[in-house]
Write a protein that binds this ligand. Structure first.
Ligand SMILES: N#Cc1ccc(CCNc2nc3cc4nc(N)[nH]c(=O)c4cc3[nH]2)cc1
Length: 374
């Protein structure tokens, strides 16, 4: 596979590990740091591709496990891959399914060959090998594919972490060797549990195999925030400086700021879209729970500083009215706002790093808050 990194480092903070870069894929170049909206089943819930472009989404996520089960990768291949199927012409990253299979717990059986599991839809017996996971992602046409891994739960004892990390490394090599020459990128996933030394060893093993980018997996799995930060601090800058660094499943706006501070380039999380559907909205002053009675007659936009479609056209009173009546428009307008907030936060961090004022940005970000996000 290609050994030239598709990632270009464009600048670094002189005060911390924050960095500015760009990642070139088959469907375009992504400016980093970047947040990737999650579109598990080939749709970012309640958002059209046009909505996503308007809020500044550069790349979105799909999920191998879910799409493999339904509607199936061969059907999607016939529709021009995920890009043709969902009418999205910008980059797509597909997660390999390692996390979903881990979440199945007893419903999944992990062996050296791969993961045997039952469909959560109809209970059918299914199997994903590392080679199969790459084959499915090639059929989906993902610009960035993820190696099949075994996500280690929290807490996990050292022996459990050693075994799962070693298996993940063997699977990673099989994924890299299974790739066709399609130009699609493949990222390796670092496990190691909450053991910094195991994580650093895992990084060395993955770098030895050689990937197009590297993801930190096995985090945001229920561990205390301080422990995730400890792992970030101990490992992020052991990742190759000239390759993209992706922190999987993270996180709140604060997590994004702290992740960039530690030198992470890419993030994904269902939080902005899931919170939107639950009426929990992110603003520069902190969180707004739109169902609260205090908003019943509030004529202000969600966030006076926000330029999104929702804040340009609607009052908090109207958004509360929609949410209380479970109107479909509530989920659309709330999702537009929350994803605009996340993508604008990333754009502001990219600019701050470019102008070498990231620590000032970070101080101002916290000063504005009247309360932390959950
Ligand atoms: N709202 C909300 C909300 C829901 C869930 C989460 C936790 C997401 N955490 C997370 N996603 C992950 C995906 C992952 N994928 C793979 N293949 N491997 C991982 O270790 C992995 C680890 C993850 N950790 C965070 C916020």
């Amino acid at each position: 596979m290609s050994t030239v990194s598709p990632f270009t480092l464009l600048g670094r903070s002189s005060e911390c590990k924050a960095r500015r870069g760009q990642l070139t894929t088959l469907h375009g170049t992504i400016q980093t740091p970047v947040f990737m909206p999650v579109g598990t089943l080939g749709t970012v819930k309640a958002m059209t591709p046009e909505n996503l472009k308007e809020i500044g989404a550069q790349i979105i996520l799909g999920n191998t496990y879910h799409l493999y089960i339904r509607p199936g990768h061969e059907l999607i291949r016939r529709f021009g891959g995920l890009h043709g199927f969902m009418h999205w012409d910008r980059p797509i990253l597909t997660d390999s399914g390692g996390f979903q299979i881990f979440s199945l717990k007893e419903l999944a059986k992990i062996t050296e060959d791969g993961a045997a599991f039952r469909s959560h839809i109809d209970g059918a017996k299914l199997f994903l090998s590392p080679e199969g996971a790459v084959h499915v992602q090639e059929a989906l046409g993902a610009d960035i594919m993820m190696a099949l891994d075994t996500c280690i739960p929290y807490p996990a004892d050292r022996d459990q972490a050693i075994k799962a990390t070693a298996l993940t490394a063997r699977w990673a090599k099989r994924c890299r060797e299974a790739q066709s020459d399609t130009g699609q990128l493949l990222f390796g996933i670092v496990q190691g549990g909450m053991y910094a030394d195991l994580r650093r060893e895992a990084i060395e093993q993955l770098v030895e195999i050689g990937f197009d980018g590297y993801a930190l997996g096995g985090l945001s799995v229920g561990e205390p925030k301080a422990l995730m930060e400890e792992m970030l601090d101990a490992t992020a800058d052991h990742l190759p400086v000239d390759h993209a660094r992706y922190l999987m499943g993270v996180g709140t706006p604060e997590d994004l700021v702290e992740g960039v501070y530690h030198g992470i380039d890419m993030f994904d999380c269902v939080m902005p879209t899931r919170n939107a559907r639950n009426g929990m909205l992110f603003t520069s002053q902190g969180r707004v729970v739109i169902k609260n009675a205090c908003f019943q007659q509030d004529p202000r936009p969600l966030d006076e500083t926000c330029g999104c479609y929702t804040c340009r056209h609607y009052s908090r009173a109207y958004l509360r009215h929609l949410f209380q009546n479970r109107e479909i428009l509530a989920y659309q307008l709330n999702s537009i706002h929350n994803l605009h907030y996340y993508c604008t936060l990333m754009a502001a961090m990219r600019e701050a790093i470019q102008e070498d004022r990231f620590l000032d940005f970070r101080r101002h970000f916290y000063q504005q808050r009247t309360e932390p996000f959950a």
